[in-house]
Design a protein around this ligand. Structure first.
Ligand code: BES
Ligand code: MN
Ligand code: ZN
Length: 535
């Protein structure tokens, strides 16, 4: 019954009787992300509760006499100094050393001073050189430690020179350390999943608003990860559209419109539509419009495109079976585009945005697009489909054209587009391509600031022969096996209508060790924060 209602609420969806019965949806919230309770506490006023895990950072090289550690060391009768002297604590990023502080809470005996309050468990956690990645690692091990110790709260106590960037990175890591994808795991009687750990931050210069932004970001990243990790039978294109509708309905200034198969056909988006021809699910072009109450740069609209192939079998040009399950994450660009749009709107940033998520399933079947077929894109150009596994650029082409024609003054896209970028840059840097130097540099530096790293890759007219076809305006796959990621970028550029554009190929960074990373959400927030400053 619910299934029938769901199908009817999505624009352009054909009735597929019995389909939902074969693919029951898992019980439980969808997607749940992580619970992130983060609170700013003032160091003097509120001592930690006895059950709280207190975490105190230590740098590399370690100094037990540092101001933030001195009272802890004193309350532990010099154990921290001993551990440092013995070389047990080295201050490496993410190093976690646990001390049991029996009944020291509130005690002022011995050499301790009143105010040296300690809860029962204290962790000295390494922050290395204090770089953003170091704080992130520290957050992750504190979260894991707190979970192992069954602590319901962790408190990070930092010195006055620790700012919002470090605190934010710690929160990011803390959320990552708690993240689990266990929707499909049964209750484990002996070791039930521990409840989420709340985080308190005491000291430093971060404001409560900095912490809540970091917590909201961490939550958005976790939700993007959930979307990626969700199997393709539980996240079809109509499911994706329904989720986008539900989430955006709850956020002010955000409007969601879904273009289904009929709308795409009527509009002439033949490149995107062709990708879904082999699937029993219709394609869904999910459009989110964000109209903030205040605008930083009059007349500018940021256009964001995400590739959301909910499963990429390759189609008739079918992929080898080994590792094919990872292709449930071929919607990682769409997940980043969606969750970042929701986050930016939720935070109320003064940056008008239009987001297009191109959702489709790439399947082989008797109705699937075949190699050699020629399709007509929304731009009017014709494309010869040489390889049905180069489907990403087909859906992206129409989504980019749509945004260029609907008012976007800058474009950025996220797509798990090519295996070639994984070979070139691995899981550390995404590939960054752009048609405008300044805009590309904005994106690159937002990547640097946010930790979602992007490395500039070339586009040049001399690569153009790669995208030429003998029978159509373009071919979707090159005859030469070379520069695969550049080729895909050259192809996309043709569909940007001359609007300044960046393409982020996240095939290597959106999925790591068989799981989604949420890559792109943090980058988009940093980029929007930059555009929120008047030029
Ligand atoms: N979704 C894949 C790219 C991909 C590969 C993502 C590995 C993540 C990990 C994309 O649709 C694809 O199949 N690309 C082909 C293009 C080729 C047929 C021109 C590729 O890269 O091999
Ligand atoms: Mn493919
Ligand atoms: Zn793909």
């Amino acid at each position: 019954m619910i299934a029938a209602r769901r199908v009817r609420t999505v624009a352009g969806v054909k009735a597929y009787p019995g389909l939902r019965a074969r693919y029951p949806r898992a019980a439980g919230p969808f997607p749940k992300g992580v619970e992130m309770k983060v609170e700013l506490v003032s160091p003097g006023a509120e001592p930690p509760r006895a059950e709280t895990l207190l975490a105190v950072p230590i740098a590399d090289p370690p100094d037990a006499g540092a101001a933030i550690l001195r009272p802890v060391d004193r309350a532990l009768d010099g154990l921290v100094t001993r551990a440092v002297d013995d070389g047990e604590i080295r201050g490496r990023a993410g190093e976690f050393t646990l001390f049991r502080a029996a009944s020291t809470l509130g005690s002022a005996a011995g050499g301790r001073r009143a105010g040296d309050h300690l809860p029962g468990r204290v962790a000295v956690v390494g922050v290395g050189a204090g770089a953003v990645d170091d704080w992130r690692k520290a957050g992750s091990t504190v979260a894991a430690g707190a979970r192992d110790l069954r602590a319901d709260t962790a408190r990070l106590s930092v010195s006055a020179d620790v700012g919002p960037v470090e605190a934010g990175a710690f929160i990011d890591g803390f959320a990552a350390g708690q993240y689990r994808f266990d929707r499909f795991k049964g209750e484990d009687g002996d070791d039930p999943a521990p409840p989420p750990v709340a985080l308190e931050i005491s000291g430093g210069t971060a404001l409560a608003s900095d912490l809540s932004t970091a917590a909201a970001t961490a939550k958005a990243v976790a939700r993007a990860r959930d979307l990626c990790n969700t199997p393709a039978n539980h996240l079809t294109p109509p499911d994706f559209a329904e989720y986008a509708r539900e989430r955006s309905a709850a956020i002010e200034g955000l409007e969601c419109e879904v273009l289904g198969e009929e709308e795409l056909d009527a509009m002439g988006a033949g490149a995107m539509a062709s990708v879904a021809h082999g699937s029993q699910y219709p394609p869904q072009l999910i459009i989110l419009r964000y109209t903030p109450s205040a605008v930083a740069r009059e007349g500018e609209i940021l256009g964001v495109v995400g590739k959301a192939i909910t499963f990429d079998t390759g189609g008739i040009s079918i992929k080898p079976s080994g590792g094919m399950e990872e292709m449930k994450m071929d919607m990682g660009g769409g997940a980043a585009a969606l969750e970042s749009a929701l986050l930016i709107a939720e935070l109320g940033l003064p940056v008008p945005m239009i987001t297009a998520i191109a959702a489709a399933e790439n399947m082989p079947s008797g109705t699937a697009t075949k190699p050699g077929d020629v399709v007509t894109a929304l731009s009017g150009s014709t494309i010869e489909v040489i390889n049905t596994d180069a489907e990403g650029r087909l859906v992206m082409a129409d989504a980019l054209t749509y945004l260029a024609e609907h008012g976007a003054t800058r474009l950025i896209d996220f797509a798990t587009l090519t295996g070639a970028i994984v070979v070139a840059l691995g899981e550390v840097y995404a590939g960054l391509f752009g048609s405008d130097e300044e805009w590309t540099e904005d994106v690159r530096s937002a990547g640097e600031v946010s930790g979602d790293l992007c490395w500039p890759m070339p586009l040049h007219e001399r690569y153009r022969p790669l995208i030429e076809s003998d029978v159509a305006d373009f071919a979707n796959a090159a005859k030469k096996r070379q520069a695969g990621a550049v080729y895909a970028g050259m192809f996309l550029k043709e569909f940007t209508g001359g609007v300044p554009w960046c393409h982020v190929d996240i095939a290597g960074t959106a999925m790591v060790n068989g799981a989604g990373t949420g890559f792109g959400v943090r980058l988009m927030l940093a980029l929007a924060q930059r555009l929120a400053l008047t030029p």
